[in-house]
Write a protein that binds this ligand. Structure first.
Ligand code: ZN
Length: 60
């Protein structure tokens, strides 16, 4: 699997957490949701260019 296929990763608005990169948006979002719930933080998902995906904000 090429690194270029790993398009999505979670990020946190409240701490420096960065999720593992995943091919599927839903997987990255699930990881971000876990972090948000575990820490009470607000997370979102970014693409391979580190640009925030519209509508991906996750509030615990
Ligand atoms: Zn966090």
């Amino acid at each position: 699997m090429s690194q270029g296929q790993l398009r999505y990763r979670g990020r946190c608005a409240d701490c420096p957490w960065v999720g593992r990169p995943f091919i599927r948006y839903g997987t990255a979002e699930a990881a971000a949701r876990d972090h948000a719930r575990a820490n009470g933080h607000i997370c979102f998902v970014v693409d391979q260019y580190d640009l925030r995906i519209a509508g991906s904000t996750i509030r615990w």
